[in-house]
Design a protein around this ligand. Structure first.
Ligand SMILES: *[C@@H]1O[C@H](CO)[C@@H](O)[C@H](O)[C@H]1NC(C)=O
Ligand SMILES: *[C@@H]1O[C@H](CO)[C@@H](O)[C@H](O)[C@H]1NC(C)=O
Ligand SMILES: *[C@@H]1O[C@H](CO)[C@@H](O)[C@H](O)[C@H]1NC(C)=O
Length: 237
């Protein structure tokens, strides 16, 4: 099965994923509500095992890609969320993190929060696929875009059906980057949901479910990305 390699993204953990969208979608045409970010953060802190030693998060040197005055990273330090915001936390999982040390740390956390239940060789072979610049930096091609503006505009398009008959497709497609997730059925709905896809995110579980549930609606896998690079990957569902 062919997948969009360059823009196939695994968010590091759920919380980082949400923060990542926030960090990057600076002039918010998108709408991941702020409370969703803070609620997720709270949920994560609340479920932390009190007997475990304090978590030391991984850190990454990230620089601002724009001088957008409205950017989330400009605004967060001025907000009540400032103390909780981990500016240098890595947002993406990619080949660099397939180390035994990182595995030992993250195997303590199950599901979307870590690598609990996952064998190291599988993790290593999976992450080795994610080893391009697009896997390291979310908006790695921004600097090369001819029509870039002061702020990066992102659209995060959900699949709940609210866009049906909205005729928002053109507006969605005019954003710089377009994020889609899980069972995103595009064909036949372009007028309402647009047709471009810059980033496509899913978990193995949601992909599995989407392939079964939305088959009748024409869903047969992730949409192909804007970038022309692709690779072959197979999985058993
Ligand atoms: C982070 O990047 C800045 C600018 O590129 C550099 O000056 C600094 O030394 C880097 N810090 C680390 C910890 O790598
Ligand atoms: C990722 O690519 C770099 C150089 O391009 C290479 O040295 C490294 O071994 C690769 N990592 C994996 C896990 O494949
Ligand atoms: C920027 O230019 C590219 C290619 O020229 C085009 O595909 C894209 O839609 C443009 N983006 C915006 C926001 O106008």
């Amino acid at each position: 099965m062919e997948l969009p390699a360059r823009r196939l993204v695994l968010f590091f953990v759920v919380i980082n994923g949400f923060l990542g969208l926030y960090v990057l979608c600076v002039s918010l045409q998108i709408q991941v509500p702020w409370h969703m970010v803070t609620d997720n953060f709270r949920a994560l802190s609340d479920t932390k095992d009190a007997t475990r030693s304090p978590e030391v998060y991984a850190a990454e040197n990230t620089s601002l890609q724009t001088s957008c005055p409205d950017s989330i990273r400009t605004k967060v330090p001025l907000s009540s969320f400032a103390k909780k915001f981990l500016e240098t936390i890595p947002v993406l999982q990619w080949a660099k993190y397939a180390t035994m040390a990182e595995y030992q740390r993250l195997k303590n956390y199950p599901g979307a929060h870590g690598w609990g239940g996952l064998q190291f060789p599988l993790l290593q072979s999976t992450l080795s696929i994610l080893n391009t610049t697009a896997n390291r930096v979310l908006l790695d091609d921004w600097d090369q875009r001819p029509n870039r503006s002061q702020c990066i505009r992102c659209a995060v398009v959900g699949n709940g059906g609210i866009l049906k008959d909205s005729k928002k497709g053109l507006e969605i497609d005019q954003h710089d980057y377009i994020f889609r997730t899980n069972g995103a059925v595009i064909k036949g709905f372009e007028q309402d949901v647009g047709s471009r896809t810059s980033f496509y995110t899913f978990s193995t579980n949601t992909m599995h479910n989407s392939l079964h549930r939305y088959q009748a609606q024409g869903y047969n896998g992730p949409p192909l990305s804007e970038a022309q690079v692709s690779f072959d990957i197979s999985w058993t569902a």
